[in-house]
Ligand binder design. Structure first.
Ligand SMILES: *Cc1c(COP(=O)(O)O)cnc(C)c1O
Length: 391
């Protein structure tokens, strides 16, 4: 009986994917636009590194697309997050709230600042931080002194919170912003998965004081490797640009630096890819919606499994599609992973939760029932733009 549910999941996936190649990736990039032309232009002109017109063009197109006032293109999403945190004032021995259900880079970026991740639970309706649980938890756990938030147990300052928009689905940003105000906590959005996702009509990355995007090879659009900082704060924008370019003071020939900066600026070659990808992004997003509609359609008839759908307030990019098993079918997760991967259909479970990783197991955390439950029930299924679902 059980086994037949696993089999029907595999067969249902095959209905959507049957005409594809022998092996179907979780998410592969598409380069059907002006990528070759812009890349060639970089090579022909010799502008391949961190100076060049494509970096500036990419930044202004990103600002236009996201509605953020300022964008700073950097080498990857992790570096973007690290700089965001540093620029909002996260420093040594601060705690930073973040979901336990995230990719390790969120926690690593906090660690690079000398700060300590503090894990909070998620909610099933968004797959992001649960505002209600967070508020109750903070009421018990923190005290406010001189407009700063302190963890009563550890004595450390809780400086920031990093909501992450899981698989492109926006976390519930309005109540989270309210909590930030009430508890004097600064928000930095990990919007690395949510390029092209909107919360109540506004692009993600506009709620944080600073926010991070990623253009890694497996994201909705790619620059090979790359990322960006979004902010609506002029001071942070200036500092971000300065810090990401070795903190060099502007001068025609002199090399003078006023602090320890970073070599984080995105190279022109990568930015040229980004310009071409951005031109195609609306089409990518449409295709991804077609694919999830198709998945929803075919899985309607399969008992015990559902296709995750964006929250009411959101328009999601559907970066990675999600199957959620019902409680009774938790035992089937590994069987489904096994069978699909054996058939060449790449699927995978969610990341191992942060508090289970050896380097983060002693970090402060609340109880994480929802995240732990989602971990057992969640399967990512193939979501590339090329899989338009019309087989
Ligand atoms: C991809 C990703 C990052 C990091 O982006 P890179 O560009 O790979 O450094 C950070 N956080 C989350 C949640 C991600 O999915």
């Amino acid at each position: 009986m059980n086994n037949s549910i696993a089999q029907s999941v595999v067969q249902t996936l095959e209905k959507v994917l049957s005409k594809e190649k022998d092996s179907i990736a979780l998410h592969e990039p598409v380069f059907n636009g002006n990528e070759w032309q812009y890349l060639k232009d970089c090579l022909d002109s010799g502008w391949v590194s961190t100076a060049g017109k494509y970096v500036d063009v990419f930044e202004s197109k990103l600002a236009e697309f996201t509605g953020a006032k300022y964008t700073i293109a950097v080498i990857n999403g992790t570096a973007a997050l690290q700089l965001c945190l540093k620029l909002v004032g996260v420093g040594a021995d601060d705690e930073v709230l973040m979901p336990a259900l995230t990719f390790v880079a969120t926690a690593n970026a906090v660690t690079y600042c000398g700060a300590i991740p503090h894990f909070v639970d998620s909610e099933e309706s968004t797959l992001g931080i649960c505002p209600e649980k967070l508020e109750d938890y903070l009421c018990e756990t923190v005290e406010i002194k001189h407009n700063e938030c302190f963890n009563k147990k550890t004595g450390r300052r809780i400086k920031a919170i990093v909501p992450m928009h899981t698989f492109g689905h926006p976390a519930d940003l309005d109540p989270l912003s309210q909590i930030c105000k009430r508890f004097f906590i600064t928000m930095v959005e990990d919007a690395t998965e949510s390029m092209g996702s909107y919360y109540k009509g506004v692009h993600t990355g506009n709620w944080g004081k600073a926010s991070a995007l990623s253009f890694n090879g497996n994201k909705v659009m790619t620059t090979g490797g790359g990322g960006a900082i979004l902010t609506n704060n002029e001071y942070i924008a200036k500092k971000a640009r300065h810090l990401s370019t070795t903190a060099r003071l502007s001068h025609k020939w002199e090399y003078d630096h006023d602090c320890v900066g970073y070599n984080y600026r995105l190279p022109n070659i990568n930015a040229s890819l980004g310009c071409a990808q951005l031109e195609q992004l609306p089409e990518f997003l449409n295709k991804k919606r077609t694919l999830v509609d198709r998945y929803r359609d075919v899985f309607e008839d399969v008992d015990g499994v559902s296709v995750f759908t964006e929250p009411d307030f959101a328009r999601s990019n559907y970066w990675l599609n999600v199957l959620l098993l019902n409680e009774e079918n938790i035992v089937l997760r590994d069987e489904i992973l096994e069978q699909t991967n054996r058939q060449g259909i790449m699927t995978r479970p969610v990341w191992k939760l942060m508090h289970r990783l050896s380097m983060y197991k002693n970090c402060p955390r609340m109880e994480l029932h929802v995240a732990e439950n989602l971990e057992k029930r969640l399967i990512n299924i193939p979501s590339s733009v090329v899989l338009n679902g019309h087989n």
